[in-house]
Design a binder for this molecule. Structure first.
Ligand code: UGA
Length: 430
């Protein structure tokens, strides 16, 4: 009995590759993760995890017999039945996804005739699968199957999302390949949905675009709530109780960021325009998201009279709590705008490791939210870190030059904050 153990080569030891590799090892497969970054591989071999993701370190440690890391291509491919492509596909200058890393991996598979399937997990434009297929044919792997297996894990919950997903999407041209990829996931608690390759590629982009749309939509309703005296948190709660709409991704705030929504929505917009169709809704979704940050800065400027010379504390820098990821974080845009307006910017974040470059080089970093807000004219809650609920807000109100608080995540209780003397501004809340 028991399911067959497969040999899986995972290409890319980034966020997706590490989660995929560790979870496949947990499912009983023998996994080699290959990366071209010597420092990353060295760290992983020493038992360190170069990214912060809850549960991932434990999973890697627990499966170390079945999970290894290498720089060496031959070692990764030895006996491999599946080659999982998990490299990043950053936006290029034109807005199209840069697939150079994907092509480098696919071309490196030449000679790996023992493979049963090449599977792309990286987020790619619709149609990439056909191009990969053509390369595989060209390099002597015409007999090897091809599948698209997009990932839907969110940072902070990636391990759970992988092992208990809402669905596993497998796009393949042949039934045999689809079955092989589905069987790799045996033990995962979630339905496998199989389809053609192009549709699977589209599911990924459409899912992220619809999630981003829900957020931008509720953010526009929040703006209208501000103008009409309604409370968006009440509205979103009741709207979300309609099972056709659902309660998720209706939290109004300073806007979405991260390594996926901004990149994938741009990529989808670009993909559409390459076909000659302009995606109208998605363009507005992106525009509303940019507007959210401009509005926050404008509201502070209006409240303070001017931002020139104002001391502003940014509370939370990462694009969401529970991660150290700074990619496309709203905090970066806010810090740049505030500095450009002549404000002094003070920061607090429990996890972020912002680089040495701008805007951060022109800001100061403080060990606690209280210290960041000391003597400040205003504070902005940028990321809803739970630590912010434990702040001694009464003392903070007394220590600020002007107790102006812009709660960009609707984290705090408006009435309680006003009772402490704060000029409190939420997003879409009176
Ligand atoms: C997102 C998707 O949720 C995953 O399903 C997808 O697999 C992933 O992108 C990806 O493409 O790899 P992630 O970027 O980790 O995951 O973060 P989310 O939790 O989705 O949050 C994205 C942004 O939306 C954050 O800035 C968050 O603060 C914001 N957000 C989220 C809101 O402003 N309001 C909400 O109601 C929900």
């Amino acid at each position: 009995g028991g399911k067959p153990e497969r040999r899986v080569a995972v290409f890319g030891a980034g966020y997706i590759g590490l989660v995929t590799g560790a979870c496949f090892a947990e499912l009983g497969h023998r996994v080699v993760v290959r990366d071209i970054d010597p420092e990353k591989v060295r760290l992983l071999r020493a038992g360190d995890v170069p990214i912060y993701e809850p549960g991932l370190g434990d999973l890697i440690a627990r499966n170390k017999e079945r999970l290894s890391f290498t720089l060496d291509l031959e070692e990764a491919l030895e006996g491999a039945e599946a080659a999982y492509v998990c490299v990043d596909t950053p936006p290029s200058a034109s807005g199209d996804a840069d697939l150079s890393r994907v092509w480098a991996v696919v071309r490196s598979l030449a000679g790996a005739t023992h493979l049963k399937a090449v599977v792309v997990k990286s987020t790619v434009p619709v149609g990439t699968g056909s191009r990969v297929r053509a390369v595989l044919d060209e390099i002597g792997l015409a007999h090897v199957g091809y599948a698209s297996n997009p990932e839907f894990t969110a940072e902070g919950t990636a391990v759970r999302d992988f092992l208990r997903p809402d669905r596993i999407v497998v796009g393949a041209s042949g039934e045999e390949t689809a079955r092989f990829v589905a069987e790799l996931h045996e033990g995962v608690d979630g339905p496998v949905v199989t389809m053609d390759v192009r549709s699977a590629e589209m599911v990924k982009l459409a899912s992220n675009a619809l999630l981003a749309t829900k957020i931008s939509f509720i953010n526009e309703i929040a703006t209208l709530c501000e103008k009409t005296g309604a409370d968006v948190t009440e509205v979103a709660h009741a709207v979300g109780l309609d099972h056709r709409l659902g309660p998720h991704f209706l939290r109004a705030g300073i806007g979405w960021g991260g390594s996926c929504f901004p990149k994938d929505s741009e990529a989808l917009r670009q993909l559409a325009s390459n076909t000659g169709y302009h995606l109208q809704l998605l363009s507005a979704v992106i525009e509303v998201n940019n507007l959210q940050k401009r509005r926050a800065v404008q509201q502070l400027a209006d409240e303070l009279g001017t931002l020139a010379g104002a001391r502003v504390a940014l509370l939370g820098l990462t694009f969401k709590p529970g991660t150290d990821d700074m990619r496309e974080a709203p905090s970066t845009v806010l810090a740049s705008r505030l500095l450009a307006e002549g404000a002094e910017v003070r920061c607090w974040d429990p996890m972020a490791r912002p680089g040495q470059g701008e805007p951060w080089a022109s800001t100061t970093r403080h060990a606690t939210p209280e210290l960041a807000m000391e003597g400040a004219d205003a504070a902005i809650v940028v990321t809803e870190w739970p630590q912010l609920q434990e702040v001694g807000w009464a003392g903070v109100a007394a220590s600020m030059r002007r107790p102006v608080l812009y709660d960009g995540r609707n984290l705090l209780d408006p009435a309680a904050m006003r009772a402490l003397g704060f000029t409190y501004m939420g997003v879409g809340r009176p």
